[in-house]
Ligand binder design. Structure first.
Ligand code: FMN
Length: 192
């Protein structure tokens, strides 16, 4: 539970392979969403380094036994909402992301989430695939889930963005709209 005055949102970096582009996109998303009335942190699953789910009971039983689960629970519980930035992998989503989601239950439930999936053709299948998972977790789907289209011409020889501000210029408005939606939604919920 966030005990601060401002709504607090986590941007989750949903891929963990070496040379990934996800942190660059998450940083760009954070820049677009930054405003005075919203607190935003970034959570990198590559740094969190959860093992494959190793709890004996299902997460909904809320009986965590491992220190890494308790720490992950405490971290996720401290946010009012989430942006998940992730790539489409084979029409789905990265295993590291599903594992991190599967570790917990009540911490996600009821919280608003915006899915920002990237891939060729905007990562449409990856977006649809994770939408089903967040329904299972009883999260609140935000109305804005901007599809982020990537194409080969955006990248240099090291497969990193040549200029993400140029490449993603047209997504700035919808990503800013996500920030507005979080502020409106969370402040309204806090008043109820
Ligand atoms: C395992 C794997 C599967 C992929 N599957 C898709 C895919 O289904 N559709 C797509 O548009 N791109 C696909 N790609 C290309 C990714 O969009 C691209 O490699 C992107 O950089 C991955 O994000 P990351 O760098 O954060 O890992 C795939 C990449 C990997 C590594």
């Amino acid at each position: 539970m966030n005990s601060g005055a401002k709504p607090k949102v986590a941007i989750i970096i949903g891929s963990n392979r070496p040379n990934r582009i996800c942190p660059t996109i998450a940083t760009w998303v954070k820049e677009q969403m930054t405003r005075n009335d919203l607190e935003i942190d970034t959570i990198d699953l590559a740094e969190i380094k959860l093992p494959f789910l190793d709890e004996p009971e299902k997460p909904a039983a809320d009986n965590y036994t491992k220190d890494h689960t308790k720490a992950w629970s405490e971290l996720i519980d401290s946010y009012d909402g989430y942006v998940i930035v992730y790539p489409q992998y084979n029409w789905g989503y990265p295993a590291v992301l599903k594992n991190a989601l599967d570790f917990l239950y009540k911490e996600w439930a009821g919280k608003p989430v915006s899915l920002m999936c990237y891939g060729n053709h905007g990562g449409f299948q990856g977006l649809m695939a994770l939408k089903l998972v967040i329904v299972g977790l009883k999260m609140q789907s935000m109305s804005t889930n901007p599809p982020l289209n990537i194409s080969d011409d955006m990248f240099d020889e090291k497969l990193q963005f040549k200029n993400i501000n140029e490449a993603f210029a047209s997504y700035s408005t919808p990503v800013k709209a996500v920030a507005q939606e979080f502020v409106d939604l969370i402040n309204k919920q806090n008043l109820e």
